[in-house]
Design a protein around this ligand. Structure first.
Ligand SMILES: [Zn+2]
Length: 288
């Protein structure tokens, strides 16, 4: 390596280190005091924040000529899945043999823009009466999943997060099934291996699953509004797509999430941000 290149490599290394540190500091937040997030991340006090309370009777129907949401690759299984307890949630990152295999979403409120799947994670409560971030008519459910996608126009998630149309998150709420429900969803199986904050595991072979196995069913009826990430830095870059209604989760699978620990060794529960003011935004409903 010539000296010029090695200096460049060193500078690049330092930059990566700085950027990484900033991300880590930014990720160091607590659900005990979400009102204070804006002290370190000013965007958290912005005017298009998420989540929100969705009041169906005040939503506006999308016009008939709006095209429907088009999901691709939701039944495709990745090569492997990295599952991480980052102290705030269980996060699942899919590994693909080719970038073109990533699931995508377009249409509906996204118009012609194509968004590529990045990761999914959950928000849940200590008890069944809370846990979801979005609420319907003020009513929370026990669990919510977020499928995070970035606008392919911007190349990477990191670049897209800075753009007002950079991300879309598909959210679905779960209701708790009867106690006799068996559970053992594939997404819940790796959770005992990542009990401690900072731990991770890789799902391979027959245990690998597709997005449809996490929140299967149709995405024809949903609400959409312009919002933000629900954790610091609260970037206002998200077109939210929240599925109408709810899907079932078995108590056993929900318990597997509640058994995770945060960075203080306490149960990782109630990792949801309270609903934020709607301000002058409109919530549009699609498909109904
Ligand atoms: Zn989330």
């Amino acid at each position: 390596m010539n000296p010029c290149k090695s200096v460049r490599a060193a500078v690049y290394g330092l930059l990566v280190l700085i950027v990484h540190s900033v991300v880590v500091i930014s990720a160091d937040f607590s659900y005990d005091d979400p009102d204070r997030w804006a002290e370190t991340d000013p965007a958290c006090a912005g005017s298009r924040q998420s989540p929100i309370d969705i009041v169906p009777s005040t939503t506006v129907a999308a016009s008939d000529d709006e095209q429907s949401l088009k999901l691709h690759g939701f039944y495709r299984k990745p090569v492997s899945i990295r599952v991480e307890n980052n102290g705030h949630t269980a996060q699942y990152t899919f590994v693909w043999s080719k970038d073109s295999h990533r699931p995508t979403v377009t249409g509906g409120p996204l118009h012609r823009d194509l968004y590529a799947f990045e990761q999914f994670h959950f928000h849940w409560g200590a008890e069944d009466d809370r846990g979801s971030e979005h609420t319907f008519d003020g009513q929370a459910l026990a669990l919510e999943v977020h499928f995070v996608f970035f606008n392919r126009e911007y190349g990477t998630f990191e670049k897209a997060v800075e753009q007002p149309d950079g991300l879309t998150v598909l959210g679905a709420l779960y209701n708790v099934r009867g106690d006799k429900a068996k559970g053992d969803a594939k997404w819940a199986r790796p959770l005992p291996k990542i009990r401690d904050a900072g731990s991770a595991t890789t799902v391979e072979g027959k245990d690998v699953f597709s997005l449809s196995e996490v929140a299967g069913g149709e995405w024809e009826r949903y609400y959409s509004y312009p919002g933000s990430l629900t954790t610091p830095p609260c970037a206002e870059s998200v077109t939210w797509i929240v599925r109408n209604g709810s899907i079932p989760v078995a108590p056993k699978d929900l318990r597997a999430l509640r058994n995770l620990l945060d960075s203080n060794g306490e149960p990782l529960v109630d990792n949801f941000r309270p609903v934020q003011p709607l301000n002058d935004r409109t919530v549009t409903r699609y498909g109904f």
